[in-house]
Each structure stands twice: as C-alpha cells, then as structure tokens.
Design a protein around this ligand. Sequence first.
Ligand SMILES: *[C@@H]1O[C@H](CO)[C@@H](O)[C@H](O)[C@H]1NC(C)=O
Ligand SMILES: *[C@@H]1O[C@H](CO)[C@@H](O)[C@H](O)[C@H]1NC(C)=O
Ligand SMILES: *[C@@H]1O[C@H](CO)[C@@H](O)[C@H](O)[C@H]1NC(C)=O
Ligand SMILES: *[C@@H]1O[C@H](CO)[C@@H](O)[C@H](O)[C@H]1NC(C)=O
Ligand SMILES: *[C@@H]1O[C@H](CO)[C@@H](O)[C@H](O)[C@H]1NC(C)=O
Ligand SMILES: *[C@@H]1O[C@H](CO)[C@@H](O)[C@H](O)[C@H]1NC(C)=O
Length: 881
Amino acid sequence: MGRSTWKYQVFFLFCLILHSQLPFPSSLSSSLSSMPPCSALLHFSKSFSLDKSASAYDPSYPKTASWQEDKHCCTWDGVECDKNKSHVVGLDLTSSWLMGHFHSNSTLFFLPNLRRLNLADNNFNFSRIPSEIGNFKSLTHLNLSNSVFSGQIPFEISQLSSLVSLALSWNELLIETPVWKRVIGNLTQLRELILDRTNMSSIRPNSLMNLSSSLTTLSLRYCDLRGKLENNILFLPSIQTLDLSDNSFNGLLPSSLFNLPNLSTLDLGYNQLVGPLPSHVSGLNLSVLSSSSNFLNGTLPSWLFSMPSLETLYLYSNQFVDEIGEFKYNSLKNLDLGYNKLHGSIPRSVSRLVNLTSLSLSSNNLSIMLGSEMFSKLKNLETLDLSNNLVSINDNAIYALPNLQYLDLAYSNISEFPIFLRLTTNLRYLSLSNNQIYGQVPRWLGDVGMNSLYYVDLHDNLLQGPFPSLDFSSLHFIFFSKNNLTGEIPSLICDAIHLEVLDLSHNNLSDMIPKCLVNSTALSVLALQMNSLHGTIPTTFVKGNNIRSINLYGNQLEGPLPQSLANCTYLEVLDLGNNKINGAFPYWLGSLQKLQVLVLRSNRFQGCIGNPMTKFPFPNLRIIDISNNQFNGSLPITYFEYLKAMMNVDVSELYMGDNYYQDSLNIMINGHYIELEKVQNIFTIIDFSNNSFSGEMPKTIGRLKLLIGLNFSYNNLIGYIPSSIGNLDELEWLDLSFNKLSGEIPSQLADLTTLEVLKLSHNQLTGHIPSGNQFNTFNNDSYTENLGLCGFPLSRTCDNHEAKQPPPPTLQQDENLEHENGFGWQAVSIGYACGTIFGTFVGYLMFKIGKPKCLVRMVKLEQHIMLRRLKKNGHKRGGRR
Ligand SMILES: *[C@@H]1O[C@H](CO)[C@@H](O)[C@H](O)[C@H]1NC(C)=O
Ligand SMILES: *[C@@H]1O[C@H](CO)[C@@H](O)[C@H](O)[C@H]1NC(C)=O
Ligand SMILES: *[C@@H]1O[C@H](CO)[C@@H](O)[C@H](O)[C@H]1NC(C)=O
Ligand SMILES: *[C@@H]1O[C@H](CO)[C@@H](O)[C@H](O)[C@H]1NC(C)=O
Ligand SMILES: *[C@@H]1O[C@H](CO)[C@@H](O)[C@H](O)[C@H]1NC(C)=O
Ligand SMILES: *[C@@H]1O[C@H](CO)[C@@H](O)[C@H](O)[C@H]1NC(C)=O
C-alpha cells in the first residue's frame, strides 16, 4: 500500500466518524473534509462518465444525470433514505451507464449506513472491489454483478455479517479458498448467494457442505468448479433455486438433490455427471429442471412427466434411451429432450400440453407424425424443433399454430411442405433443409402470412421450377442451395434490403446477377456458385459494404472484374473459378486486408502479374489459385515476400465463416477437385499451374512456411528447384511437373516428412534422387521424363556408387503417416465415418461425402447449445473469459 493511500485512509476514517451522524446541509460543499452524504453521492457520480455502452440490459438510462444539486438527495433517482431523511440507506444505480474506474478512495464510502447497494450492469473498467467495502457494516444487500470488476474478491466481504443477499456474478472475479471459507463461515444470514462466472477453480466441492442452511438461492454457474459432487454434500433445507450448471462436476448425479423439500429450480446442466435420474422421488415439486449436456443415461422416469408444476424440462444432450412417458399435467412450457437416444413415437398425451411454447426433440430416433391430432391443440407453441428424426406429415387436416415463430424440420426425411404452415402468421425461422421435398415451392410461402420471415433454409431438397417470389422485405438469411431451381433470380430480390446471406448455389439458375444485390450494405455472403448465370459481374459494390464472401464459381460469367470490388474491405473469400472472366491480374485486390481466399482458376485472365502496387499486398491471403489461365511473365517474386498469412500462424477462428455461414470451396487436391464444406483457416495453398509462367522459381518461396500445397506444374519454369522448399514443414503436395527445371533435386526435400505427393516428371532434372523419409514412398511416376535422374525408385542406378536401395514402405508405415497428418488420401475416397476417423479427419477439412446422422447431430448440437446459452445469459457481455 502506497504511503499516500495510507494517509488517505486515516483521513477517510476520520471523515466517517465525523459525518456519519450529521444532518444534511442546505448548501453542498465540495470540500472533502466535510463531506455530507449528498455531496458524497454527487462526488461519487461525478467520478464516472456516462456511456450507454456501459450497460447491457434494457431498460438502461443514466439515473445520475437527473441528480440536481438544489434538490435534496433523498429525492434523487436511485437513492433511498431512512424515515428521517438523515441517512442514505439504499443506492440503486443498476444499468445507469456508469463508466470508469471505481477507486478505493471513492466518496461512496462516506455513506456507512448503506443497507442496500446495487451497482449491477455498469462498466467499472476492470476495477478491483475495494477492501473498503467492508466498512458498510449495515449492508444487507450487495449487487455488483455484470459490472466489469476484476481481481480477487476481498476478504472484507466476509465482514458484512448482516448480508442477506450477495451477487457478484458475471465479472472477472476470482475467489480463493481462504476468502471462500470466511464467506461461508461468517455470512450466516445469507439467503441469496450468486457468484456466476466467478473463477472458483481452486475451491473444492466438499466445502459446499458448510454453506449457510438458510440459503434459498445458490447460483454458482460457470465458476470452473471441478470434482465429484458427493451425494449429501449440500445440506440446504431451505434452498429453492440451485444452479450449479456449466462447471466440471463429475461423478454420479447426486440423488440427494432430488430430496430437497423446497427446491423449485434445479440446474445441473453442462457438467460431466453420469448415471441415471432417480427412478422415484417423493415430495419434490420442481418448476424448472435442467440437466442438459451431461452424460446421464437410462430411461426417463415417469415422475418427470407427472410433476404438477413443472414448467421447464431441459435434458438435451445426454444419453437417455427408450420412450417418452405420458404427460399427466399441462404445466409444461419448455420441453427439450433433443440429442438423446430416444425412440418410439411421441405419446398422444402431448396434446395435453396446451401451455407449451417450445418443444425440441431434435436428433433422436423418434418417429413423429406431425398430424393434427396431437399438434393442433398446441396453440401456444412458438418453437418447434423435430429435426433429425423421422417425421411424416401425411395428414390433410389444416390446423393453425398461430404463435409459431421457429420451425426446424431439417434432416427429417419429409417429402412435402408441412401444410399447417399456411396458417402461421408470425413465422421467423424456417428450416426444412436436407429433406426430399420435391416440386415447386408453394405460392403461399410468399404470402402475407410469411412476411415476418427472417431466416429460410430449404437447401438440399429436390425443389424445381423458378426461384419463389417470397416477401423479401424482412428476410435476412436465404438458403436454397442444392436444389434444381431454374430461371432467373427475380428482381423482386431487390426488396431484400436486410439480406445478409444469400445462398442459391448448386441450382440451375440462369440469366444475369441482379445489380441491386451488391448495391447493399447489409449483404455479407453471396453464394451463387454452380449455376448457369451469365453476363458480367455487377459493378456497383458500394463503399462501406459488409460483404465477407463472394462465390461465383462455375457459372458463365464474362467480362473483366469490376474495380469496385476494392470497396469490399471486409472481403475474406473471393471464388470466381470456372467462368469466362478476362482481363489482367486484379492487383488492386491486394489492398483488401482481410482477403484470405482468391480463386481465379479456369478463366481467361492473361498477361504478367508484375509487381505489387500497394505497400503490403494480400496480408491475409492463405489460398491463391490462378491456375488454368493465360498468365505469363516471371513468377511474382515480390508478392511472395509479403504473403504474411502464409508465413505465420495467426488464426483465431478455426474455420472460415461465421455462425450462419461456413464457406465452402472448390479446391484441387492431388489432382482431385473437391468441394470442401468447411475450410480450416490454416489451409494454405498456392496453385499457379497451367499458365505460361517463365523464369526461375524464387528462393523466397521457402518463407511461406505454412504452405500445404504448391502447384507450379504446366508452365515454362527454368533453373534449379530452390533448396529453401525444404523449409516448408507443412507441405503435403508439391507439383512442379511439366516445366523445364534443371539441376538436381535438393536433398533438403527429404526433410519434408509431411509430403504425400511429389510430382517432378517432365522436366530436365539430373542426378541423385534424395532418399529417406517420404522419398522412400514415391514411385516412378513422380520422376518420369527427365534428363538424367537416377536411384530409387528408378531402375537406373547412379553412375559411380549404387543409389542406396531403401526397403519398400510397409503398410504399417503408411498407416502411421496418415494418422500423424490427420489427412489421408484414402479417407477422401471412403468418406468419413463417425468416431475415430472423424476425430482425426477434422484436422484439416470436412468433406461432403454424405452425412452420417451422428455428424448432423454434432453440427446441429453446436448451434443448439449456442442458441440456448445466448438465451440463458441474456446479456451482451458474456463469454469474456
Ligand atoms: C479503462 O482502463 C484503461 C487502462 O486501464 C484505460 O486506457 C481506458 O481509458 C479506461 N477506459 C475508461 C472508459 O475509463
Ligand atoms: C466445515 O466447517 C467445520 C467447522 O466449522 C470445519 O471443521 C470443516 O473443516 C468445514 N468443512 C469444509 C469442507 O470446509
Ligand atoms: C440448366 O438449364 C438449361 C436451360 O436453362 C438447360 O439447358 C440445362 O440442361 C440445365 N442444366 C442442368 C444441369 O440441369
Ligand atoms: C444503389 O442504391 C441506392 C440507394 O440505396 C440507389 O440510390 C442507387 O441508385 C443504387 N444504384 C444502383 C446502380 O442500383
Ligand atoms: C466505391 O464506391 C463508391 C460509391 O460508394 C464509388 O464511387 C467508387 O467508384 C467505388 N470504388 C471503386 C474502386 O469502384
Ligand atoms: C497441379 O495442377 C495440374 C493442372 O492444373 C493438375 O493436373 C494436377 O493434378 C495438380 N497437382 C496436384 C498435386 O494437385
């Protein structure tokens, strides 16, 4: 403690003694030595700036902005005084836009009579909680949640022995065992203890057994608590709300928790608990039960479905088996049993659940008849997720689910549009993707009833005919890829002023791309690859647009690239391969700081690439494929010196794309053209093959250390293969065939232990073929048609001394290699199964070769968990840890 601070504290105590009993003065003085409560408050408020972004919850407003010096502070917003107006006893500045440091010499500590202090939802910019907090001896309620405090919780908190309610959740706080023990030991009046997202990783779960038996609410969510939750550990006879979710508790689910007589809310979700739910309970009357995302197994006991007040039941993502029981009461509002191993059909008694607002049974093995008999009574249903089950709709009765907002029937084997949708009027999210829906999109999908639609996903079906005329005005996300739609993209789409993602890829749409599409600042993804579009690429990319990904691969687009693409400062992916685009190399794209993927392959580009015109061109480029064009001149040596992203790993996100859209790409890998559904950010490729580049290969290529594939084949390159290629530690394929390269193969190439494919044929190479490591696995084809290569595997031996004949690679070696790389060519052809292959395979990429159910489950579960978490947190500042 610094000297001046110490002095200040003495002075501060002195002031406390002086002023604690003084009446309010009529005029406010700013002198610290005689700081009366009103001045202290005002001074406190002035120590912060007001910033709307400091508060995340609605409604928020700056309470202190209305504080007027000429009015008594007992009238101020958020201030509470005792009867005689002689003491400030309560201060509630929740969500008041306070921004700035909370100092330990804050004048707030001049208010020792405070009983209730609530500063939740402000931004104190990672301040410590001052130890002076211990001076508030009368404090009964303290709430500092969600206010950007950091550091250790001071032990002085444990001196607040009158505390009834303590909430410090969602900060950057840490509590350690000594403080925790004192809190438990001293705060015997506590009824509410809420420490969500406090780092408690050093606290042992058995210390929970000493918690005050008068607790009614205990919330230790997301606290990094770990270890076994022993049965009977929690002796909390009064507890009503118990939230231990999102920790790392393991061991058997403690059945004693189901005997707590007053328990109403129990949340054990997102732990690693195992075992079954108790088969019988007595006296339990829960309204909320959540134990999602654990490893619970066994059957769902019948008491779950016959608890008279149960409103929320979340058991998704466990391993429950067997059937769903009969519902006795109608109290349920939220039911989520998704991501288990349930089978059979839904019990008829579901029709009893007239209060149900959300039902999710996704990713089980249920057979669900989406008929009127059971579903027509669920008039309050807002969310219905039956995806990844076996759903059938053959029921002609039209019934209305008037409140339905979210419908997910993806991967459910349906072959027609659910007809009840015709009578919904509030639908916002519709996913019917990956089914066998056949024929034209029904007209009613464009009806007024659908004018609230925000997200529509019909990809991977058998839809035909023209692209439907939807009511585009509210749509943000449109996915119609992988159907057989024909005709033009309707100009009505210009109404889609909020459109963020448009994915119409893999159809047979023709005609031109509507200009208005790119004249929008909302659009982020434009995926039109694999259609029959022609004409030129629209030129109207406006300044300030948000386009992140443009994929026009595989159309018949022509003309030059519009320069206005340089306005796309957020562009990450530009794939224009397989069109008829002409013109010179678009060097001006080099200024796009975020561009990661540039594919111009198989077009009619021509001329020299030349030298960069911008200072640090293409700083983020990871994949460049300009093969199959008519580029000539020397290789762009200077560019290679700047491709920073190919030199150093600096990857925060695993995959390209975001939560709504993951970029797929067409990439040439070992001569196979493959569409990758998900592209890992570290995938780094240069493909300049099949052009007319001449001159030598630059040494600087050896700096691009992250390269996985390098293809310079079918050009006119001369000179030596630079030995610096031996530095490319990640290289998996190297194709320099069909050039005029001479000299020896640098022995350094044998250091590339990841190399799987080497093609040097059709050159003028001479001398020894290096040996060792991967070179023991390449065969003749790698070297044919050269001037004078010798040694293994060629039959030609080297002149003076025999080339060392390494043993042929054994099967064993092969397998190991694949395992180490996580990327074996065989895997490409056999696709992937779940489990082991999936585990290693996900290393680089995900291929689309049919989708096993378990994979669908995995991908969907990720989204599901994200949505649920967002909902529960309900605040914008979460997840900073
Ligand atoms: C928060 O603190 C940092 C340094 O600790 C400072 O640079 C920044 O200006 C502070 N922000 C506010 C709004 O006080
Ligand atoms: C609980 O409290 C008792 C006495 O106050 C103490 O002896 C014991 O060590 C505490 N248990 C734990 C696990 O902290
Ligand atoms: C796409 O549509 C055109 C007519 O617009 C037709 O000639 C062509 O065969 C279709 N292609 C496919 C793959 O269906
Ligand atoms: C682009 O949109 C703006 C308004 O958003 C409009 O004024 C302008 O004419 C449009 N330009 C083109 C080429 O469509
Ligand atoms: C970028 O957009 C502005 C209008 O927003 C346009 O005037 C300009 O020409 C565009 N830039 C290029 C390089 O086309
Ligand atoms: C390199 O490119 C050529 C021509 O584009 C292609 O035929 C060959 O398969 C590619 N090599 C590899 C290893 O991908």
